[in-house]
Design a protein around this ligand. Structure first.
Ligand code: HEC
Ligand code: HEC
Length: 237
């Protein structure tokens, strides 16, 4: 991450420092607050999104299709689409594990509050209740990471393809979080996520090998798959 410090500095300027600059040095902003904060001006919301994308590249989620969200009509999915696309593309719960999400959400909501308190770019912040609902949604559908110490078959061609391909955007997934019957649809969705998020999609033959690997170490059939994470299958694994 060391090479990223200039980018992080840029982020701090845009997502945090802007309020300070505008407040302290209004003379430096000839267009005034209107230009900075307007919705159409250079630094309107669209302009800010584009500038952040240019400066921070792959630190920002590029955005998935809202239909890819688990339970797309739930309140959690609605909150994601409303609040979490204000600065960057739509993220998905599978991007982090249940343990990782609280810190990420806290960081994002702090930015939202800082900006909404100062009336910046029309950014809206989640209420405390909405934040709790959103966090519960993210944790319920979070990524379940593979324990590499006990994982099998990682040192085979298919296992290596799986490790290299499926750890680019989130923790390497535990194949036991889905049944063999459910994996192909997830792999196809990931192929679409790769296109949406600007990552190279591997050739079909590689995807087939990965799919075979996942199905080999999948959860035994018969266990409820659609409610992944609901009870974390604690007693049945
Ligand atoms: C006010 C602007 C803003 C809003 C609103 C916002 N983000 Fe972010 N987000 C950022 C910035 C800037 C970065 C890059 C720096 C970083 O990771 O902190 C980022 C990065 C991310 C990342 C990639 C980095 C990582 O740690 O995985 C995720 C995931 C993410 N945001 C999720 C969310 C979620 C979920 C929400 C809704 C609760 C949200 N964001 C709302 C500004 C915002
Ligand atoms: C381009 C980035 C990217 C790559 C590469 C990627 N994923 Fe994902 N993954 C996502 C995003 C975004 C989500 C959350 C949205 C969703 O579920 O589609 C996610 C969510 C998941 C989830 C949790 C949701 C669920 O349905 O269980 C699993 C499991 C998963 N990915 C497995 C994989 C596997 C297996 C691979 C390798 C074939 C892979 N991912 C490669 C971006 C990626």
């Amino acid at each position: 991450m060391n090479g990223r410090w200039p980018l992080i500095a840029g982020l701090v300027l845009i997502a945090a420092g802007l309020a300070g600059i505008v407040g302290l040095y209004p003379a430096l902003m000839p267009g005034g607050m209107g230009m900075m904060m307007g919705t159409d001006g250079m630094m309107g919301r669209g302009g800010m999104k584009r500038m952040m994308q240019a400066m921070m590249g792959n630190m920002l989620p590029l955005g998935i299709n809202p239909a890819s969200l688990p339970q797309p009509h739930s309140e959690g999915a609605r909150l994601m689409q409303h609040y979490c696309t204000q600065c960057h593309g739509l993220p998905g719960p599978g991007l982090h594990t249940a343990t990782q999400w609280p810190a990420v959400v806290t960081r994002m909501v702090a930015r939202e509050r800082m900006m909404s308190d100062r009336d910046m770019m029309g950014i809206q912040a989640l209420s405390a209740g909405e934040q709790a609902t959103l966090l519960a949604y993210l944790q319920k559908h979070a990524q379940i990471p593979l324990n590499k110490a006990t994982a099998k078959g990682l040192d085979t061609p298919a296992g290596r393809a799986f490790s290299a391909t499926c750890s680019q955007c989130h923790a390497l997934p535990d194949p036991a979080q889905h049944t063999a019957a459910d994996w192909p649809a997830v792999v196809l969705r990931m192929q679409r996520n790769m296109v949406a998020m600007g990552k190279p999609a591997p050739p079909r033959s590689t995807l087939h090998a990965i799919d075979a690997y996942l199905r080999k170490y999948a959860k035994p059939p018969g266990e409820e798959d659609s409610e992944k994470g609901a009870g974390l299958d604690a007693g049945t694994r």
